[in-house]
Write a protein that binds this ligand. Structure first.
Ligand code: NDP
Length: 485
């Protein structure tokens, strides 16, 4: 038998007894000097951290990104050099449910990726859909409130959801995907991921290109119907966790084809849609997806809490050669994701091993809770400010992205004025075969249960503008549902 490891206190001293607390006599009471008892209870009280406000229920794994294509003419980022293999972490989640929610619920899936590149961490925090419900983050907290519990009933509210959606036509594209087959994938392996936002790439010559990232499942798309999911949730609430964990344990590593759509910088003024609008896609015929690599998940975390719950993904994490775009939602997420991590994990959340870059980190941030002086030591105690005369870290101009031309007067512009919220949804609706359409109609009818008629009518008005068959199909599905009661 191998040598037993000694149990110690958190301060490293051997623990003489881990079974019996110190009492005055065998019947008690317990002495307050039993610090190890107090320590165990105090730790237990602190085992939970605030769950994520959104995307609380997630499953994750480690893997690798292998670059097989060549986009070095668009970007100087080392992660995209042909042949490069970059370790990565993925976390896949539902949006609305709490940490204990069932996996097989109809919801958008988070598709959050962290690539530990040689030039710093690059995070792509996307979804399994290419678009989103809102295009201006001013509306994001309102939207999320409609997905969460009603303050009085403490129940999810179909009325709140459809009230908000019917008053926000920009949501129609995402709502249609959510209510289609792709709104309830069987697990995280049988769905696509999309960076969703428009980002930019820039090259050594200082040229900028707009880019969309896509991750196409190589396992194929698979979905549950509402009825199948309802039955499944009665037998397991952890279907996605079980599926991904077991696939990786048995060596069936899930893979995604990595693609980019590239748009020359000047094209952004010419497209009939705003290419920075998160409620729109770039049609494939205009900007064909190019294969650039393969992403594979191949290692389960050893400790779910340390490696998945404490994982902190943020669209603010980019590397030289990758940049942001004017997308209003992206701009807001650059702030709000890192801010959520400071609140949830602490100021120095990027020193937690799963968040720590593999490349050296040198900066002048100091002190604060949980600063381990680990990730960002200058190894030079005299250089704790900048500029300094003590050989502290200095800026690198080669990491400066090219200037971005901005124009316009500062104003609260009406993002709904003159915006076509319908034709891309029509293009999607026309892709569905009749069975897919029928499931879309009945999924919407299910989701509209209990919603007042005036809200349903307002939403049907939007479906009508997408396609008369869409409105008629939903209307008939609602009628059938009512009659079957
Ligand atoms: P295309 O016909 O060239 O592309 C259609 C794309 O739609 C497919 O490549 C596929 O994307 C996706 N798709 C196919 N079936 C479904 C489905 N049942 N549910 C959701 N998505 C599906 O036309 P466009 O590029 O002009 O796009 C037409 C519509 O397709 C868009 O308005 C949008 O709603 C949707 N779409 C477009 C995407 C894009 O980036 N252009 C991406 C995803 C959806 P994939 O290969 O990513 O699975």
């Amino acid at each position: 038998m191998s040598e037993r490891i000694t149990l110690t206190t958190t301060a490293g001293a051997a623990v003489p007894d881990n079974q019996n607390s110190i009492t005055a006599g065998p019947r008690g009471p317990v002495l307050i000097q039993d610090y190890q008892l107090l320590e165990k209870l105090a730790h237990q009280n602190r085992e939970r951290i605030p769950e994520r406000t959104v995307h609380a229920k997630g499953v994750g794994a480690h893997g690798v990104l292998k670059i097989t294509g060549d986009i070095t003419r668009y970007t100087k980022a080392a992660v995209f050099k042909p042949g490069t293999e970059t370790p990565m972490l993925g976390r896949f989640s539902t949006v609305a449910g709490e940490r204990g929610a069932a996996d097989a619920e109809r919801d958008v899936r988070g598709f959050a990726l962290k690539f530990y590149t040689s030039e710093g961490n690059w995070d792509l925090v996307g979804n399994n859909t290419p678009v989103f419900f809102v295009r201006d983050a001013y509306k994001f907290p309102d939207f999320i409130h409609t997905q969460k519990r009603h303050p009085r009933t403490n129940l999810r509210s179909n009325t709140a959801q459809w009230d908000f959606w019917s008053l926000s036509p920009e949501s129609l594209h995402q709502v249609t995907i959510l209510m289609s087959d792709r709104g309830l994938p069987i697990d995280t392996m049988h769905m696509n991921g999309y960076g969703s936002h428009t980002y930019s790439l820039w090259n050594e010559k200082g040229e900028r290109f707009w880019v969309k990232f896509h991750f196409k499942t190589m396992q194929g798309h698979k979905f549950y119907t509402n009825a199948e999911a309802k039955e499944l949730v009665g037998t397991t609430r952890e279907s996605s966790q079980e599926a991904l964990y077991n696939a990786i344990e048995s060596g069936n590593f899930p893979r995604w084809k990595v693609q980019v759509q590239i748009m020359p910088e000047a094209d952004a003024d010419k497209t009939p849609y705003n290419p920075f609008d998160l409620t729109k896609v770039w049609p494939h015929k205009d900007y064909p997806p190019m294969d650039i690599g393969i992403m594979e998940l191949n290692r389960n975390p050893d400790d779910y809490f340390a490696e998945i719950e404490e994982a902190a993904f943020s669209p603010s994490n980019i590397v030289p050669g990758i940049g942001y775009s004017p997308d209003k939602m992206l701009q807001a997420r650059i702030f709000s994701y890192a801010d959520a991590h400071r609140y949830r994990l602490g100021t120095h959340y990027e020193q937690i091993p799963v968040n720590k870059p593999l490349c050296p980190v040198h900066n002048y941030h100091r002190d604060g809770q949980m600063n381990t002086y680990g990730g960002h030591s200058t190894n030079n105690v005299d250089a704790y400010y900048e500029p300094n005369s003590f050989n502290g870290p200095v800026e690198d101009k080669s990491a400066q992205e090219p200037p971005l031309k901005i124009s316009g007067d500062a104003y609260r512009y009406d993002h709904r004025a003159g915006n076509d919220d319908y034709s891309q949804v029509t293009a999607l609706f026309n892709l569905f075969d009749q069975d897919q359409k029928n499931r879309l109609f009945s999924n919407i009818a299910d989701a509209m249960e209990g919603v007042p008629d005036f809200i349903i009518e307002r939403q049907l008005g939007h479906f009508e503008k997408v396609h008369p068959d869409y409105a008629a199909g939903v209307r008939a599905a609602i009628k059938r549902k009512k009659e079957s009661k």
